[in-house]
Design a binder for this molecule. Structure first.
Ligand code: SF4
Length: 377
């Protein structure tokens, strides 16, 4: 099975924490859509298995009109094999979806929305420079839940100045809708963002790690008590509503990324990424050239990535898989490196699978780093 990701690199305005590839000037929109369509056709032979998921991400793909979405989806169906019932997701900003648009999107075969709510506090939304307010989110959740069975809500915790009580109230408001899926990310300070400048110049005070962890631990506890599975560090799904697109990525299945800055992986050792520049992307495709760079992953790269991702998911890290994929040296290394972490109750064996206990989940990345292979090629 494979997945297709399509990156639409335009936004209404720049959120202060965001370092994704996007532009706020829409003047190249038409040329960029033509380039996306050309890339879709030029790369069709790269995908050897049917698509189990299609994902419109960005940027803000909910700035695509219904007719633009229809053309792109039509092209995907002409040139790619798409499984019956494949998941087809559109990222939606709460200020973009009026009811006619939502119905139109649904009628085009988009069967899942990922809604960028982020917070229910206008104070936070202003600080983040989001284009929507809390009332937009309440309206969109009400409308989406009438049309779509499957949708996800994106939230951000650890906001500067936020309290645990405010975070609890945000979760109350989301859970009133019982969305089938919730993604919640800690606010991170990325280089070259307004937030980064504010932190560097002491204009803003971040929460300390302990306060952020409290919000995360509360999130896990609360959502699990409401019947959600924390199947990946930041992702929570009701049974049958895990995100297919992201799950395939975490399981190491192949995906193709179309659009500027999009990444692709062949499911074995080849990874590639498109240029993160709209003008260069358009110019290359006008000349029928693919604007991408490639790398070949070494077994060590793949082992480290498997550890990093596996420990963040409910599927864990399988010693048997490591032995067959990478050989006995890697399996032995894993066992030896895990010993100290097991003694400190940061890891445990569940048969052949190595997992992180719930109470240490917040520390997943640091625990995984202790198991990385640093020296073998
Ligand atoms: S809408 Fe999304 S992609 Fe665009 S600037 Fe905001 S966070 Fe970044």
């Amino acid at each position: 099975m494979a997945s297709l990701y399509l990156h639409f690199p335009f936004c209404k305005q720049a959120c202060h924490y965001c370092n994704f590839h996007f532009s706020t000037g829409l003047k190249n929109k038409t040329a960029l859509i033509s380039a996306l369509k050309k890339e879709l056709v030029l790369r069709k032979s790269e995908v050897k298995t049917p698509l189990q998921s299609i994902y419109f991400g960005g940027g803000s793909p909910s700035l695509l009109s219904l007719s633009e979405l229809e053309e792109i989806i039509g092209l995907i169906y002409i040139h790619y094999r798409v499984l019956d019932g494949a998941e087809c997701t559109l990222e939606l900003n709460p200020d973009d979806g009026h009811p006619e648009y939502l119905k139109g999107v649904y009628n085009l075969g988009i069967n899942r929305l990922s809604i960028g709510v982020q917070s229910f506090l206008d104070r936070d939304l202003k600080l983040m420079n989001r284009a929507h307010g809390a009332t937009d989110s309440l309206r969109i959740l009400d409308e989406v839940s009438k049309i779509f069975d499957n949708y996800s809500v994106d939230l951000i915790y650890g906001m500067p100045g936020s309290s645990l009580v405010e975070w609890q109230k945000t979760l109350d408001r989301v859970l009133a809708f019982q969305p089938p899926h919730i993604s919640a990310y800690a606010l991170t300070v990325e280089p070259k963002t307004v937030l980064h400048r504010w932190v560097q110049t002491d204009q803003i005070q971040l929460l300390d790690d302990e306060q952020v962890q409290q919000q995360y631990d509360h999130l896990v506890q609360r959502l699990e008590s409401e019947g959600y599975h924390n199947y990946e560090f930041s992702n929570f799904g009701k049974q049958g509503f895990y995100a297919v697109n992201n799950s395939n990525y975490w399981k190491g299945l192949p995906y193709i990324g179309i659009g500027p800055s999009a990444h692709s992986y062949d499911g074995a050792s080849q990874r590639s990424w498109n240029v993160a520049n709209n003008a260069k992307y358009i110019q290359a495709l006008e000349k029928n050239r693919l604007p991408l760079e490639k790398e070949t992953l070494t077994p060590k790269d793949r082992y480290n990535e498997y550890i990093m991702i596996g420990l963040r998911t409910e599927w864990g890290v399988s010693k048997g898989f490591i032995e067959t994929q990478f050989g006995p040296i890697y399996a032995r290394y894993l066992e030896e490196q895990a010993e100290k972490q097991i003694a400190a109750n940061y890891l445990y064996w569940d048969g052949d699978i190595l997992r992180i206990p719930v109470k240490a989940r917040f520390l997943s990345d640091g625990i995984a780093a202790e198991l990385f292979m640093l020296h073998l090629a």
